[in-house]
Design a protein around this ligand. Structure first.
Ligand code: ZN
Length: 252
């Protein structure tokens, strides 16, 4: 008895879902198409085709299209919506879009680097990309590059692991500010005020998205040679990024 009822219910539900799907398909086609185009198509329909439709239904279709055109006129047109979308896209900088793109890999850390170029020398992400491609890499190693004027350029897509910190690329994001070497060729914190501001802006955005991720400098990934739990200056494999990123961004 119960089984029969369940079976009957299932058949009814299935029939209903087919009907609903059909109605949905028709409605979405109508609403996805510009009603003005639909109305024009209806009005210019060949007479022999029109003759196949009963008068009563034809009147209804005419009336529905008329209402749809009026409604469409009162709501933002597709072209306007598209233009607004373009406007929004141009307002949102490329780096922000790149920082918000959905990714599948887990992020455990954000690693700060310098380009190891001399103070005052500006280098673009495109140039760094060409250096890295020349080394035989698939793409630029960093995900973001921060120019001297604070412009944040997009490097490797966030969805892909970078090539910037040996042994930790899979779960980290690499950010490189341009500079890091003084006029004498020695490591130096050459960050301009604009670069510092851009770093904070980018780190805040990434931190919002990956709250558990640590923020460290490249040199903090050097092996702890004496095993005392701290990576000390004499243990640094390289000076990158020429400042204490862990301390500076601890409160972010
Ligand atoms: Zn580095």
């Amino acid at each position: 008895m119960l089984k029969t009822l369940l079976d009957r219910g299932r058949v009814v539900a299935r029939a209903h879902s087919v009907q609903l799907a059909a109605i949905g398909a028709v409605l979405s086609t109508i609403f996805a198409t510009d009603p003005v185009v639909l109305q024009a198509g209806w009005q210019t329909m060949p007479a022999e085709l029109r003759a196949l439709i009963p008068d009563r239904i034809a009147v209804w279709i005419t009336a529905i299209l008329f209402v749809l055109v009026i409604v469409a006129r009162a709501t933002p047109q597709q072209a306007v919506v598209q233009r607004l979308g373009l406007l929004a896209a141009s307002v949102e900088p490329a780096w922000l879009k790149a920082a918000r793109v959905p990714i599948l890999r887990a992020i455990a850390g954000i690693v700060i680097h310098c380009s190891a170029t001399r103070e005052g020398q500006d280098v673009s992400a495109a140039t760094i990309r060409s250096w890295h491609l020349a080394k035989g890499w698939a793409d630029i190693g960093y995900h973001f590059v921060i120019r001297l004027d604070g412009t944040i350029e997009v490097g490797r897509p966030l969805a892909r692991a970078g090539a910037h910190v040996e042994g930790h690329n899979a779960r980290t994001i690499g950010i490189c500010y341009v500079g890091g070497v003084g006029a004498d060729g020695k490591p130096k914190d050459t960050r301009t005020p604009e670069q510092k501001a851009a770093l904070v802006q980018l780190l805040r955005e990434l931190r919002r998205r990956f709250p558990a991720a640590t923020i460290k400098g490249h040199r903090d990934y050097s092996p702890d040679l004496n095993g005392n739990g701290t990576i000390e200056p004499q243990e640094y494999m390289k000076a990158c990024p020429s400042f204490d990123a862990t301390a500076e961004y601890r409160s972010l």
